[in-house]
Ligand binder design. Structure first.
Ligand code: 5GP
Length: 356
């Protein structure tokens, strides 16, 4: 649906390494194969498989990280991911990634993030505002609704991986605070939901919240009633997925008005939800609960934000006007500054005659 591609869209749940282009992943794997570091054929089989359980997804991430975690590649994939989103009219992107330390190649969590920022700086295909300290005045020009070429605002979330210790999670939060003037706005908790305990991450997340960073949590990806309750009681600013909430959890979520990042393809492909007809999108949408359509990992799940909107339109019968309203409503759930939200409203308003 072409009108969905041209619709301005907001992406709030995208993992950097999950959004790597398949072509880039195969190219990088081929080079490592030629050097004898990996067996390319084994990789190719895993990469090209497009039906995987949640557990298999996390195995794939370990493979992806083997290929992508050096400064140069992190810079490259950041550039490509942002350009890909901008080319399908994503006007505001919150990109999340787990800062990684790898002593053997001199990588610290900080240098990893500097490589990400370098990727944002290197973008030339599209106009970008990412609020790096020295570029902060570009904010006034960014998102101004003038379509010179594709234009995108990017803000960053630092992810804590559930395999991390409290100390390591705290290090990520401190880094986020230090990088606030480089466009870092919040913290995400992600990683294999079968690993780690909520109590391990709570001190770092509480510290982040007390320091006025925004928080989003992967919540209810597997049935874990105690953790789901504890996460909701923490009152994060958003949650992602919410596939295994019980009635009392839905009640709490709705009474707290916590926006939900909905990743349709991801939930269906990983079989977290058995079929799209019974996806909780419908209930939340009917209840006018704040929700945002997102991709999760557009490379791993071979999707795009336009495709996620098309899926919602086809599955839940949204009209053009409803789809536009849904896309615009995401502004309120962003972790952006008020000024950026204001500019985003102008962008949507200038596009609205085509959709209402
Ligand atoms: P990165 O943080 O390395 O840029 O992106 C990949 C990482 O994001 C994965 O290793 C994993 O920690 C996290 N991630 C990506 N997709 C998902 C998902 O669907 N669920 C959870 N819980 N974590 C995810």
């Amino acid at each position: 649906m072409e009108w969905i591609t041209s619709l301005p869209k907001i992406e709030l749940h995208a993992h950097l390494n999950g959004s790597i282009r398949e072509s880039t992943l195969l190219e990088l794997a081929r080079v490592l194969g030629e050097k004898g570091v990996i067996v390319f054929a084994d990789f190719e089989d895993v990469i090209r498989k497009n039906d995987r359980s949640l557990a298999e997804v996390f195995k794939l991430f370990d493979l992806i990280h083997m290929i992508t975690t050096d400064h140069k590649t992190v810079t490259r994939i950041t550039r490509e991911v942002v350009e890909d989103f901008a080319l399908e009219n994503v006007v505001y992107l919150e990109l999340r990634t787990t800062p990684k330390r790898n002593d053997s190649i001199g990588m610290s969590k900080r240098s990893y993030m500097e490589a990400v920022i370098q990727g944002l700086r290197s973008i030339s295909e599209v106009d970008i505002d990412f609020l790096a300290a020295s570029d902060s005045n570009t904010l006034h020009n960014a998102c101004d609704g003038i379509r010179r070429k594709k234009k995108i605002c990017v803000r960053l979330l630092l992810s804590i991986d559930r395999r991390e210790t409290t100390e390591s999670a705290m290090e990520t939060v401190k880094l986020a605070l230090e990088m606030r003037n480089a466009g870092v706005v919040g913290i995400d908790l992600s990683g294999n939901p079968l690993v780690g305990e909520w109590s391990t991450f709570l001190p770092a997340l509480q510290f982040a919240k007390d320091s006025d960073l925004y928080i989003t949590l992967h919540c209810g990806e597997v049935p874990n009633p105690k953790e789901i309750q504890a996460m909701l009681d923490f009152k994060p600013h958003r949650i992602g997925h919410a596939c295994f909430l019980k009635d009392e959890d839905w009640e709490k979520l709705k009474s707290f008005r916590i926006p939900v990042e909905i990743c349709l393809s991801s939930n269906i492909i990983t079989k977290s939800i058995s079929s799209i007809e019974i996806h909780h999108f419908a209930d939340l949408y009917d209840a006018k609960h704040p929700l945002i359509l997102c991709t999760d990992d557009f490379g791993v799940f071979s999707t795009s934000l336009s495709n996620e909107y098309s899926l919602a339109v086809a599955s839940f019968g949204l009209s053009k006007r409803e789809t536009f309203t849904l896309a615009k409503s995401a502004i309120d759930a962003t972790f952006a500054e008020d000024e950026v939200k204001q500019q985003l409203r102008l962008i949507f308003d200038s596009a609205s005659p085509e959709y209402v």
